[in-house]
Design a protein around this ligand. Structure first.
Ligand code: CP3
Length: 353
């Protein structure tokens, strides 16, 4: 396989030395970019955009055309899995995701099956292949999935939720049924990520957006245990190259030691975590990814530079840091501010390597 021109992301995830700290941003392709909104309008809707590999490839590459990012992330959504399971996904304008047939009855839960990615999620794999061709080994491509628990939240609630009443009721009343969903989701996520790796994804990330809403022992039992199983089933290498994995539990700052012991190569941290303390807690076993507050990008260039400098200084000297936000980019972010951040991280991080 030809080597990457810029392999700083892969090296940092594997805690190998790099000349500077690599940076990419969660939701780097999205509504804050006018060209994204144009392509989405051409596609008809967000979901049609995800399902059209030509257009999904186009929007994956849009942020890389503007900014000196060190990685691309395949344009898709975590809810492609519940959609492929037949739960009927739609996105109402300005309202977030909706599943037409959320899991409520024991009978429905017992008949849930893991989709075959080559059949039901082929459009994502086609996008991965097309993006790899277009990138021509300039920077690596990240594949991703939701965590088994985060997917279960949407599958049971039927959409976004502030309290997670339905899924938490299920967790406490019928843990056996939630475990069944998580077991199926775990197999689905493993097969999906492995299919992305086989199609060309060079690193993979598990988004556990809602694991942080759980209590400590419930997090271990219902979220982390299933991510650990996924990690155990992942292909670690493809064509002789290591495929690093990133595990991100939003709100997981209290459990970093356990997350670091899950078998992932890197732990994503949100902005509530002190990255200096996080580094001391996880030791040398894993890399860290994060963790600027996405809201900092709403402020002006001086503030962005100084906040970026503070994150870099807090991580300190040496390998094993991938700069990112602590969650996805806000749609209200001025694109020029992203340029300021990317350039600041590249420039200011050299002193730390
Ligand atoms: O990071 C990237 O650039 C890759 C693309 C990506 C999207 N969603 C595109 C998207 C990724 C990695 C995701 C992951 C995702 N999707 C998560 C986990 C990360 C997180 O944000 O916590 C979750 C929970 C979802 C589910 C989801 N998708 C929600 C709740 C929403 C609605 C909220 C919103 O921001 O609108 C989406 C829609 C979505 N996914 C958009 C994008 C660009 C906006 C849709 C649009 O264009 O209208």
């Amino acid at each position: 396989m030809p080597k990457l021109t810029n392999d700083t992301l892969i090296r940092a995830l594997l805690r190998q030395p790099t000349p500077y700290t690599p940076i990419w941003l969660m939701r780097q392709a999205g509504r804050y970019l006018p060209e994204y909104n144009q392509t989405r309008a051409r596609a008809g809707s967000f979901l049609e955009l995800c399902k059209n590999p030509d257009l999904a490839t186009e929007v994956t590459l849009q942020p890389l055309a503007r900014f000196a990012l060190d990685a691309a992330i395949v344009f898709s959504d975590i809810l492609t899995i519940p959609d492929a399971m037949g739960l009927g996904l739609s996105f109402a304008e300005g309202e977030g995701p909706r599943l037409e047939r959320p899991l409520r009855e024991e009978r429905e839960i017992r008949s849930l099956a893991a989709p075959d990615p080559d059949r039901h999620l082929r459009y994502v794999l086609d996008t991965v292949r097309q993006v790899r061709r277009a990138l021509d080994n300039e920077v690596p491509l990240i594949g991703f999935s939701g965590s088994p628990f985060t997917l279960a939240c949407y599958m049971v609630e039927g959409g976004a939720s502030s309290e997670f009443r339905t899924v938490k009721t299920l967790l406490y009343d019928r843990p056996d049924l939630l475990h069944h969903i998580l077991e199926v989701n775990g197999r689905a996520v493993t097969a999906y990520l492995n299919a992305q790796i086989e199609s060309g994804a060079q690193a993979v990330m598990i988004f556990d957006t809602w694991g942080g809403t759980l209590g400590t022992s419930e997090y271990g039992e219902f979220s982390l245990a299933y991510m650990q199983r996924v990690l155990e089933g992942l292909k670690r290498e493809h064509h002789g190259e290591r495929i690093p994995s990133i595990l991100f539990t939003k709100g997981g700052g209290g459990w970093l030691e356990a997350i670091a012991a899950s078998g992932c190569d890197a732990v994503g941290i949100d902005w509530t975590v002190d990255i200096r303390a996080a580094r001391a807690r996880v030791g040398k076993g894993v890399a860290l990814q994060g963790n600027l507050d996405p809201a900092a990008l709403l402020a002006g260039p001086q503030a962005i530079r100084s906040r970026a400098a503070a994150v870099l200084a807090a991580f300190g000297h040496g390998a094993g840091h991938v700069f990112n936000l602590g969650h996805g980019l806000s749609q209200f972010t001025p694109p020029e501010h992203v340029a300021v951040l990317v350039d600041a991280v590249h420039e200011l991080s050299r002193a730390h390597h």
